[in-house]
Design a protein around this ligand. Structure first.
Ligand SMILES: *[C@@H]1O[C@H](CO)[C@@H](O)[C@H](O)[C@H]1NC(C)=O
Ligand SMILES: *[C@@H]1O[C@H](CO)[C@@H](O)[C@H](O)[C@H]1NC(C)=O
Length: 476
């Protein structure tokens, strides 16, 4: 027994900490009383009591009471202030030892209605603003309201309809971006009104800005994406979000990608429009916080250029030339167009035969003349006709019929092959299929200008031209 007493004295218990929520209620509202005991002691029970009245209810350390119950216990009538305190006991053997009392808190009970707090936005950046509307009952003619931004700090007196910026909210709540600002309001009539419900406003870090070095590339070209983050925040990671895929991936904030890589990332084929936006993450209370998204940026990835293949580059007005716009096998071509450099477009098919005269007319030229031709194809993309890059240009030389005859009769390095075999260029030295393939491939690879050397036999030029296909040699 002596030992126990000694212990009690030695331990000299700490007082409990009383919390009351809310501090202002109406008769039928409830209030929660919490008698917080030190964690180091093993508490037997808690006791709450009002200063004018008596011990409240049971022995648990957390109690919920109504305004009416408090009024009865404290022998009061509305409106009233009920002062409450608490202590706890610790059992040591047979003895139940009480702790010192907590501080006294006063609960206001009156008939004022709770105000209603509304916000026009729950999520803003530092530069945005939010309007807080503390709606008081129509029977209470107040224009000034009180706002709590941090519990335990003095409330702020503002007009009941108050607009604040994100930065002002950060200052009032003693926080840095990103932050959650919790706010309640009340008003003063004869008494203090109960507090409104608590609302929370998220202050987001600034939106990043997504920039691109270009908005139009081919699969082989590249673009540098820059997710520009504000210098005021310390960024953890940047993420690029594909609008089509609805998924994001972590990439460094400045990243150079080829068109092919962008297509692969977004599972698309060229031509395609890749829409992306970016966001970043920052540290927030040990966790991560995601910034708002940048605006959407779009980059168009064009398919590869076509190859223009011509079966001759030297014709007379009456000769025909076959133009073939060879498109990549991976794309589904809608139309081909041939284009006269400094002239117009013609045809909408990928294989076209024209006479020298027709070409001259379209180029608004008269023989002898050089006409530069390129080709382009289009792909239908979401109802739009999407052009490819232009092919390399080929120069077609168109002579007067007489001049061509004269000229060709002076040249000798040539053979004639059957015209109907192929429109593809063939080697002058050989007719074998492998050689032809090789030469065709070679021509496709680098669309150089080819010169034709023709030997015209005794037959009239017209008939020869109809039945032969000119072979040609590569230019030096
Ligand atoms: C030729 O067609 C291409 C592809 O449709 C187009 O971009 C270009 O403007 C046209 N040019 C002319 C001169 O019509
Ligand atoms: C090119 O093709 C056209 C049309 O098929 C043909 O009339 C012409 O003779 C060909 N020219 C050569 C040099 O093969």
């Amino acid at each position: 027994m002596d030992q126990h007493l000694l212990l009690v004295i030695l331990m000299s218990f700490l007082p409990p900490k009383l919390t009351v929520n809310p501090l202002v209620i109406r008769e039928r509202d409830s209030v929660t009383l919490n008698c917080q005991t030190p964690s180091s002691v093993s508490v037997d029970h808690c006791q709450f009591f009002t200063l004018r009245g008596q011990t409240l209810r049971d022995s648990s350390c957390l109690q919920t009471l109504t305004g009416t119950e408090l009024l009865v216990a404290d022998h009061q009538r509305l409106p009233a202030k009920v002062e409450v305190t608490c202590f706890y006991t610790v059992k040591l053997g047979e003895v139940n030892s009480p702790s010192p009392h907590s501080e006294t808190l006063s609960i206001s009970i009156n008939s004022l209605l709770q105000p209603k707090l509304t916000l026009n936005s729950m999520m803003i950046t530092e530069t945005d603003s939010v309007t807080l509307n503390c709606q008081t009952p129509s029977t209470v003619p107040v224009t000034q309201c009180y706002f709590y931004f941090v519990r335990g700090k003095p409330s702020q007196r503002f007009s009941c309809l108050k607009t604040l910026t994100g930065s002002e909210l950060l200052m009032l709540s003693l926080q840095n971006v990103p932050a959650e600002v919790e706010v309640t309001c009340f008003y003063l009539s004869t008494y203090q009104s109960p507090e409104s419900h608590m609302l929370s406003i998220t202050i987001q870090p600034p939106r990043p800005k997504l920039t691109m070095t270009t908005s139009l590339i081919t699969e082989d070209e590249s673009v540098t994406l820059n997710c520009q983050t504000p210098s005021s925040v310390s960024v953890l990671d940047c993420f690029f979000y594909s609008v089509r895929e609805q998924s994001s991936r972590r990439i460094s904030c400045v990243k150079t990608l080829t068109g092919a890589e962008l297509l692969k990332m977004t599972h698309q084929n060229s031509p395609a429009e890749v829409e992306i936006k970016c966001y970043y993450t920052v540290k927030l209370k040990g966790g991560q916080y995601q910034s708002p998204d940048s605006k959407i940026s779009s980059i168009t990835i064009r398919s590869r250029q076509p190859q223009l293949i011509i079966n001759t580059s030297l014709i007379t007005e009456t000769d025909s030339v076959t133009l073939k716009c060879q498109t990549p096998s991976s794309v589904s071509v809608y139309q081909c167009h041939f284009h006269i450099v400094n002239g117009g477009n013609f045809s909408d098919v990928c294989l076209q035969t024209l006479t020298g005269t027709e070409l001259l007319n379209m180029a608004h030229q008269s023989p002898p003349a050089e006409v530069k031709v390129t080709c382009v194809y289009t792909v239908k993309l979401r109802e739009l006709n999407f052009p490819s890059p232009y092919s390399e240009a080929h120069t077609l030389t168109i002579h007067l019929t007489d001049t061509a005859t004269q000229m060709s009769s002076t040249t000798s390095i040539c053979t004639l092959t059957s015209a109907d075999k192929s429109m593809n260029p063939t080697s002058s030295d050989s007719n074998t299929d492998s050689e032809k393939l090789k030469d065709q491939k070679h021509q496709n690879e680098d669309s150089e200008t080819y010169h034709v050397y023709v030997t015209i036999p005794e037959e009239p030029a017209e008939s020869v031209l109809k039945n032969t296909m000119y072979s040609f040699l590569q230019a030096h």
